[in-house]
Design a binder for this molecule. Structure first.
Ligand code: COA
Ligand code: ZN
Length: 320
């Protein structure tokens, strides 16, 4: 989707974030969270997942959440779906974009969605054929699996090929448990961009071991322009041992803003969303560095007098 900005930030907090929060968040609070995210300028928001309420009780009110947000203009809402049943329910609720997810590694797929990859791919084929919806595939464990370790680039390209062959035009390469490093990100994303120019690739990084932003920047440098992130740095897959928070939306937006790369997101409004989250989820740690530290008082926002290419503008009073 054209955004008029240099990069697209896809907010996954209401989905990846909340799936890892055990305490049930009231429907009205979820709707309020999503509305605030939309008001900060985010154009694509994952509102949750149509999954089994036994697997993820947090999303048992998915239909009601969608009913509360679907009329908001200018925002593309999507939900995760693991199978045909979830996809049908999502479309019936009014969702136009489905994120079908399965894992590159067989064992994580079995653990997460309780079916083989072959069954997931068959399900995807039927959804693509029978449902009138835009489909993006979120491919989990691309950069490593908690059960099987690292995946080879060949293996990744073979699965991407199967997905692309079905006519899917959007694929998100997911680092489900924070195994990725920048060199590996470069190798995998360069290969995907080279072999599948017709596909819009996004990346999805977790900051489990502190490399989330470094990975995002490497992906940007080689040509990726779509990035998942979760407000406050919430997130994690409950079916992947050791998974923790996503790259925080504030941190990613801050990095891009400071580099003069347009995101279209209002940082002050975004930070207020994290403050709201902390009020309604007081027990949850928000790992976002920008949320914790606040914005620098002498933030560089005007590149006209310096970099890129030249010296960065140095304000008279630094606040370090
Ligand atoms: N949404 C809601 N309910 C669903 C469903 C869906 N997408 N798919 C299946 N179900 C229900 C069935 O209706 C059935 O209900 P019943 O027992 O009341 O008749 C029940 O789940 C079992 O169906 P089955 O096909 O045997 O599913 P399962 O128990 O093997 O679970 C999944 C498969 C995919 C539904 C389940 O593992 C799941 O929802 N996983 C979510 C994983 C996730 O979100 N991970 C985080 C993202 S990385
Ligand atoms: Zn994730």
């Amino acid at each position: 989707m054209k955004t008029g900005h240099d990069v697209a930030i896809i907010e996954v907090g209401p989905r990846d974030g909340l799936q890892n929060v055990a305490a049930f968040m009231e429907t009205a609070q979820k709707v309020s969270l999503i509305r605030r995210l939309a008001a900060s300028g985010l154009k694509e928001i994952q509102a949750g997942a149509f999954v089994s309420p036994r697997a993820i009780p947090q999303f048992r009110d998915m239909k009601e959440v969608v009913a509360g947000i679907i009329s908001l203009p200018k925002v593309r809402y999507s939900t995760l779906v693991p199978n045909l049943q979830g996809a049908r329910e999502a479309v019936k609720s009014g969702i136009e974009k489905l994120i079908f997810f399965f894992s590159l590694s067989e064992s994580h797929n079995l653990n997460n969605v309780r079916q083989t990859k072959e069954a997931s791919l068959k399900g995807l084929e039927v959804i693509q054929r029978d449902l009138a919806a835009e489909i993006c595939v979120a491919l989990a464990t691309v950069f490593g699996c908690p059960f099987e370790g690292y995946m080879t680039t060949d293996h990744i390209l073979k699965d991407v090929d199967k997905i692309a062959n079905m006519g899917i035009k959007e694929i998100t390469l997911c680092d489900t448990v924070g195994f990725a490093n920048p060199r590996q990100v470069e190798e995998i994303t360069v290969a995907c961009l080279r072999d599948f120019p017709e596909v819009a690739f996004a990346v999805h990084f977790h900051n489990t071991r502190g490399l989330g932003l470094a990975n995002a920047l490497r992906a940007y440098d080689v040509g990726i322009r779509r990035f998942d992130a979760a407000v406050g740095g919430l997130g994690g897959c409950p079916f992947a041992p050791g998974a923790s928070g996503n790259v925080a939306t504030e941190d990613l937006v801050f990095m891009f803003n400071e580099m003069g790369i347009q995101t279209g997101i209002d940082m002050d409004a975004l930070l207020k969303v994290s403050t709201f989250l902390k009020e309604i989820l007081p027990g949850v740690i928000l790992s976002s560095a920008v949320y914790q530290a606040g914005l620098p008082k002498t933030q560089i926002t005007d590149w006209s007098c310096g970099a890129p290419g030249g010296d960065p503008p140095f304000p008279a009073h630094q606040d370090w």
